[in-house]
Design a protein around this ligand. Sequence first.
Ligand SMILES: [Zn+2]
Length: 382
Amino acid sequence: MSISPAPRKPVTLYVCGVTPYESGHMGHAFTFSMFDVLVRFLEANGQRVKYVQNITDVDDPLFERARRDGVDWRELAGRETQVHIRDMKVLGWRQPDVMPRVSDEIKQILAAASKLHSLGFAYRTNALYFDVSKYRGYGRLSHLTRRSMLRKLRHEDLLGVVGPEAKQDPLDFALWRSSRPDEPAWPSKFGDGRPGWHIECTAMAMHYLGEQIDIHGGGRDLQFSHHESERAQSESLTGKKPFARAWVHTGLVRYEGHKMSKSRGNLVKVSQALQRAPAAAVRLYLVSHRYGRDWTFEWKGLTRSARFIERMRKFLADDARFAHDGPRLEPGRRLMAEFNAALADDLDTPRAVRVLRAAVRQGDAPAVRAMQEVLLGSAALS
Ligand SMILES: [Zn+2]
């Protein structure tokens, strides 16, 4: 990712948001804190940003969880969406400009599915499927061969049924399908039903940001099949390439030797971390890692971040107490140049954090405040 500001036009950013059934763990917080640093860095440098992050409240895992727990999917989705927004507010984000919910966007989604059908990119059997063979380059975004794509789908239990009444090819995916009795259903010319996962994001991204967007982001586990499929259907829909100028994927967070995941049950919740450290320390710990790399959450790492945040808090408090007689100083040019160079270099946040530490050591309060705003947002220091 290279970032070169062009202040006249806003940068358009679409980030795949949560499926609201088990929100608020460190993996989510890492992804959304990273995109928050990106947005704040661009805005601090005079670049406007239009940021859309969706809520996937129509999706299989959500319905499965609602079924398992015997609750209404709307209730579960509403509650978990609130958890997500509350956690990210505490971690100091600048809320996205639009946070569309799939259940409010069915009209756009259906229009996109319908257009793909009329253009000949989709076919109807027991559902409406996107025909992957009509798109050249399926697999190129994630650099996967057909064999590894099939292996991944099998692993995620997304292969489905192939046959004359179903998919023609196991890589094809549903744009519109019928709903189970306890799932929501919307009327359509393809029968009452609900959208497939990938078309939801295509439709919402295009509706709010246009046919081509600057940056499309999400966790790396979304690269295949979600983003691969989104790209194929979006470019088929408009005939314009690329759909996204940059795809930005965040690494996965491990805990006790394994990827943090709902299925394994090794999630560290944001709320648990906040019991042990102030919000700014949690956020600092997250952004001390490169956005694209996998890393392991460790409590001692959070403790180290908390120690630095306490030092920084005291330093800023002393500065505020003694500084108001004299003239307000500008942040040191050299420190700010180093800080901006680090973030302009593919969002190297660990390097930017080192510059922030140097600014505290050198006693440059205006620089510390400017860097704090970009790296830690509005997260509280105590
Ligand atoms: Zn998405």
